[in-house]
Design a protein around this ligand. Structure first.
Ligand code: ATR
Length: 297
């Protein structure tokens, strides 16, 4: 695949990511590589936006003719009141990570849930139907993951978080979604919140870490050996590539994957939402890996 030079001219479409902080985002490298590979006249830039200026900046970007943007911490929920056109999936999740701008209006979706599903399928070859999952965390990423699992006909979902009230709120939203009140989710999954300290012996088929624990702090969010995980571990952290949790999973002989796949797949789905074209996955993966490598140097 021949990569073209980055060219900016009067017709260049601008995309970006709004975050606080946004400095360490790998999305610019991933999307710019994709635009270049497909010869699309577009560029993707980081926008560091503080929470107090967020609504103003979104309106200004729309007026300035920006073509679309991603949202990351802490803006995925703050965008909701500014949107009229939002997919049922993003509404059910209660968070948006991708916005397309057209003629002064915004269409919004959440590609994190489908990105997670694709990572489970392609990186772990793991099917959720009828299985038991323990999800650590109750933030934006955990919400998308919980809804993805509910759509896939999971048997049982346990949610554990440092702040137990947030785990209980997410479990309650999952049950509401299953009752049909808040959009798409299959009925039949038992959903409950549990104390982080009470997970020993819970024996999930899959453990998902959707907290930031393990991101350069050398820590494990939970002791795998006491938990008795049966099949696989997915850690959404990807720096370091092998977190302490994944190292323990390797010692226990479990299937495992870090968060690079979910990042890649959510990005590829955002790319399609914006351009209508299939994303060049190999190019995007190479850009992510290159970005991580550059950080080490
Ligand atoms: P994201 O959108 O990436 O999920 P978030 O909404 O800030 O980001 O959520 C971060 C998650 O990591 C939360 O579940 C958070 O727990 P709290 O709800 O108790 O804040 C969890 N988390 C962050 N730092 C943690 C730590 N040191 N120990 C345990 N959990 C932590």
């Amino acid at each position: 695949m021949s990569e073209q030079e980055l060219r900016i001219d009067g017709a260049t479409r601008i995309y970006g990511i709004l975050g606080h902080p946004v400095r360490s985002s790998l999305s610019p490298a991933m999307h710019n590589a994709a635009f270049r590979a497909l010869g699309i006249n577009a560029a993707y830039v980081p926008f560091p936006v503080s929470p107090e200026h967020f609504p103003e900046v979104v309106r200004a970007l729309l007026l300035a003719g920006v073509s679309g943007f991603n949202l990351t911490v802490p803006h995925k929920i703050a965008i909701l009141p500014l949107l009229a056109d939002i997919t049922p999936e993003a509404r059910a999740i209660g968070a948006v990570n991708t916005v397309r701008c057209e003629n002064g209006s915004m269409a919004a979706t959440n590609t994190d849930a489908e990105g997670f599903r694709l990572s489970l399928e392609r990186d772990l070859a793991w099917q959720p139907a009828g299985k038991r999952v323990l999800l650590l965390g109750a933030g934006g990423a955990a919400r998308a993951i919980a809804f993805s699992l509910l759509q896939a006909g999971l048997g049982e979902l346990g949610i554990a978080n440092r702040t137990p009230a947030r785990a209980e709120a997410l479990a309650a939203d999952c049950r509401l979604a299953q009752a049909g009140a808040k959009g798409p989710a299959q009925p039949g999954t038992t959903v409950g919140a549990l104390e982080l300290g009470a997970t020993a012996g819970w024996a999930p088929d899959l453990l998902v870490n959707a907290t930031s624990v393990g991101m350069g702090d050398g820590k494990n969010p939970v002791e795998l050996v006491g938990l008795k995980v049966r099949e696989a571990v997915l850690d959404i952290v990807y720096t370091p590539a092998e977190t302490p949790l994944l190292a323990e999973a390797a010692r226990l002989g479990l299937a495992r994957a870090n968060g690079l796949g979910m990042l890649l797949y959510q990005g590829s789905l955002a790319f399609r939402f914006w351009t209508g074209q299939e994303a060049p996955l190999a190019v995007m993966r190479a850009a992510l890996e290159g970005g991580l490598e550059a950080r080490k140097g």
